[in-house]
Write a protein that binds this ligand. Structure first.
Ligand SMILES: [Fe+2]
Ligand SMILES: [Fe+2]
Length: 277
């Protein structure tokens, strides 16, 4: 069910940002420490930009995280890992069911812009690596997505790339539909999604990813929307938040557009930071 998430405060909300927690692979001590931090840190709302756990563990882990946030809302976008062991439709149905059961849990793909106060908003969507690249043919990389997400099983390289492009397009359209009405009225817009929107912030071995990885690491259609939005609204600041590559990166794309990608330490889920600006 679509709902608008609204706050009434003039002060800007502080966001406790997490990404790529991969709680189904985490050691229990690190998970307990994360939950304690979520209970003790000072923030107004939590945000997770995908890859919480594989589909069969998603409900249990999201419920646990939401409980640790207490009465504070927690907003999520799904990452590719969250679909593992299920289908895209099945996982989306699951997340809506969990959001109905857990009052402070909200799926950003299914809601309006979140008003953070001080003319700042948060919009978001699940996002997909959309199979795009420039130049010559790329080598196919061996991604677990190909067999762990039911929709990709049995597809050849070209069928997969077509499907990724269509999923990326649907996600980009859904984000722009939420972004467009808010463009003129806000001074700062956070756009949360799982996949980095720019090749320059999607790192592999410490460098912007190459042509072989770009189709699987970058949501290029979201990048195009962010560039267009930032250029046509030069006095509005845009901050893109993502994960997926597990490599921290802060990339100033334009004077008013910054792309921030969170990192991941294997088996050690943690908070990326508290955002307020
Ligand atoms: Fe991840
Ligand atoms: Fe991912």
């Amino acid at each position: 069910m679509t709902q608008a998430f609204r706050y009434q405060s003039k002060r800007q909300k502080r966001i406790c940002w997490m990404t790529d927690l991969h709680l189904d692979q985490a050691d229990s001590n690190s998970t307990s420490q994360l939950l304690k931090k979520l209970e003790g840190e000072e923030y107004d709302m939590a945000l997770i930009t995908g890859d919480v756990a594989s589909s069969q563990h998603l409900s249990e882990h999201l419920t646990m995280l939401a409980k640790a946030c207490g009465s504070r809302p927690i907003y999520i976008t799904l990452g590719n890992h969250d679909f593992y062991g299920s289908s895209i439709t099945g996982t989306r149905q699951l997340i809506e069911k969990v959001c109905r059961q857990v009052p402070n849990l909200h799926h950003l793909s299914n809601g309006g812009a979140v008003d953070l106060g001080n003319r700042t908003i948060l919009v978001g969507g699940d996002g997909w690596a959309d199979g795009q690249w420039r130049g010559r043919r790329t080598k196919d990389i061996n991604s677990p997505d190909h067999y762990s997400i039911r929709d990709f099983r049995g597809l050849n390289k070209w069928e997969r790339l077509r499907k990724m492009r269509a999923l990326g397009q649907a996600s980009a359209v859904s984000i722009i539909n939420r972004l467009r009405p808010a463009l003129r009225f806000n001074r700062h817009i956070y756009v949360a999604s799982h996949i980095p929107a720019f090749r320059t912030s999607a790192l592999f071995d410490g460098k912007p990813c190459d042509a072989n990885h770009q189709p699987h690491f970058v949501h290029a259609q979201l990048g195009a929307i962010l560039i267009w939005s930032a250029k046509s609204n030069p006095s509005t600041r845009f901050t893109s938040l993502a994960g997926h590559t597990h490599s921290e990166c802060k990339d100033v794309v334009l004077h008013n557009l910054t792309s921030i990608v969170g990192g991941h330490r294997k088996h050690r889920p943690d908070i990326q930071g508290i955002l307020a600006a």
